[in-house]
Design a protein around this ligand. Structure first.
Ligand code: NAD
Length: 478
């Protein structure tokens, strides 16, 4: 599918409004350009929202809430079911647009839309399962029961790397529960948000859902982001993004005693034990470390490998990394596309420089590619580094394909190294030894929200609570 066809499919040629309440509004904020990381070319112009536009939307969302909360939950579920059908219809095109605007390979773009479809199915089921407990009261002639009430309009703030799936995880559950939703997407991925909203609108209109139930507000942090997080009319803010963003949003929303769901950065490790199957390990690391060009929250960033297996594993990984086709993510045979922009490439370069000054040793890759499509300055070779425990930059999430290999002696030390970082999203152990696996999964083992055995750190499955501990924020979604 070519760029022009993708944009035409969603009528994205020409200036776009960045604000919808189910109807597109004329908005008054600055213009935003969407640039494709594939070739650094302009693919869209969006007029964003200012504070007044946000105010119009929140008022609509509040009014719509009074009506939407009274619609029976299974009927709300029926509308979400239709949203899932509409997404199935547009899966290839929306997936390709994710690729075009964000740079992940086509299979991953479509996989993201599949997650949207899956959460719709899950939410439809939930719409008939909003159960609460009933209890015998100690007071004669009384019974007690608990029930779930909607909160009101809820704010959903999303990151660039999962530009549509994470919104759906939040929005579909919020909708069946009777809430209205205001979505602020990343300014790096406005077109995917507009296209998603256009798909949703057809369903909203067909079912005569009032304007203000599902809302999109594209705008900058000052005008829209800060307005949302400081707004008492949004009792819940669900925010996905970096740790510094989450720290700020968490504090701001807590200051007004609002609720948050925070899904923040990860620094995900795999422990490779003496009995690990190295074929399995190599495949899992490759998928986890170079998938989405190292820009997943669950990207594998650290390998904690038993001392005696360090050399063999690093040789296998270097051989595998050399085979990875890097290029246009819209092409079927490509496994790694660009980073999201040149700034991300610079961040990666700076991190590698700092790593060397802190005593680390790069083993392979890390170059910025040039020539042909690479002239965009957004393509890099994925990097493998030999690190020692305690190197400061290894404790940080650099959102790029840098993989640190650290040797350990004894499982206790492996777990100590594993848990040394402040983030706590996803983790894995590769072993054939049941005791080692159980130790890793126990409360003495991995301190992450997600712990795996013999499978890598990436991936979320609808229905399994997804989220992390420590600085990852403690949220649970999907
Ligand atoms: P980011 O923190 O730069 O931005 C995330 C979102 O927060 C954007 O929409 C941004 O505009 C908004 N934002 C930033 N400051 C704000 C403020 N003051 N008020 C309101 N909104 C504000 O993150 P990014 O670069 O887009 O995404 C990458 C990061 O997201 C990585 O750290 C990654 O690990 C994390 N992430 C986490 C998960 C998860 O589920 N744990 C999923 C995806 C991404």
């Amino acid at each position: 599918m070519q760029m022009k066809n993708i944009l035409e499919k969603f009528d994205l040629i020409g200036n776009q409004s960045g604000v919808s309440t189910g109807d597109w509004l004329t908005c008054r904020g600055e213009m935003l350009n969407s640039i494709s990381p594939i070739d650094n070319q302009l693919i869209g112009n969006i007029r964003t929202a200012n504070r007044e536009d946000y105010e119009d939307v929140i008022q609509k969302a509040e009014t719509a809430f009074t009506e939407w909360q009274m619609v029976p939950a299974p009927k709300r579920g029926e509308i979400v079911r239709q949203m899932g059908l509409a997404l199935r219809e547009y899966k290839a095109e929306l997936g390709a647009l994710v690729t075009l605007e964000m740079g992940k390979i086509k299979a991953e773009g479509e996989g993201e839309v599949q997650e949207m479809i899956d959460i719709c199915d899950f939410a439809v089921g939930q719409s008939r399962m909003l159960y609460g407990l009933t209890m015998h009261s100690e007071r004669p002639g009384h019974r007690m029961y608990e029930q779930w009430h909607p909160l009101g309009p809820v704010g959903v703030i999303t990151a660039f790397n999962f530009p549509v799936a994470v919104w759906a995880w939040n929005a579909m559950i919020a909708l069946i529960a009777g809430n209205t939703v205001i979505w602020k997407p990343s300014s790096k991925t406005p077109l995917t948000a507009i296209a998603t909203m256009k798909i949703m609108e057809s369903v909203l209109k067909k079912n005569k859902v009032p304007a203000g139930v599902l809302n999109l507000v594209i705008g900058n942090r000052e005008q829209v982001g800060e307005s949302m997080i400081n707004d008492r009319r949004l009792p819940l803010i669900s925010a996905t993004g970096s740790v510094p963003m989450g720290r700020h949003i968490g504090q701001t929303v807590a200051a007004r005693l609002g609720k948050t769901i925070l899904e923040l950065g990860g620094n995900n490790g795999i422990v490779v034990t003496p009995e690990a199957d190295l074929d399995l390990v190599t495949r899992a690391i490759l998928f986890g470390a170079i998938g989405t060009a190292g820009q997943r929250c669950t990207t594998t960033r650290r390998i904690i490998v038993e001392d005696k297996r360090f050399d063999e594993l690093s040789e296998r990984l270097i051989a595998a990394y050399k085979q990875v086709p890097i290029g246009n993510p819209l092409d079927d045979n490509i496994l790694m596309g660009p980073l999201v922009d040149r700034e991300a490439v610079q961040t990666m370069q700076k991190a590698l420089e700092r790593f060397k000054t802190e005593g680390g040793f790069p083993l392979y890759g890390g170059e910025v590619l040039t020539g042909g499509i690479y002239e965009s300055g957004t393509y890099v070779t994925p990097c493998i580094c030999a690190a020692k425990p305690g190197i400061p930059i290894v404790s940080e999430e650099t959102f790029a394909p840098i993989l640190y290999l650290i040797a350990y002696k004894g499982l206790d030390q492996a777990i100590e190294i594993h848990n040394q970082v402040p983030q706590g999203l996803s983790s894995a152990i590769f072993t054939q030894n049941l005791t080692e696996a159980e130790s890793f999964l126990s409360h003495q083992g991995s301190d992450c929200g997600i712990a795996n055995v013999n499978i890598g750190t990436s991936g979320a499955e609808i229905g399994g609570a997804f989220g992390g501990e420590k600085e990852t924020g403690g949220g649970r979604e999907s």
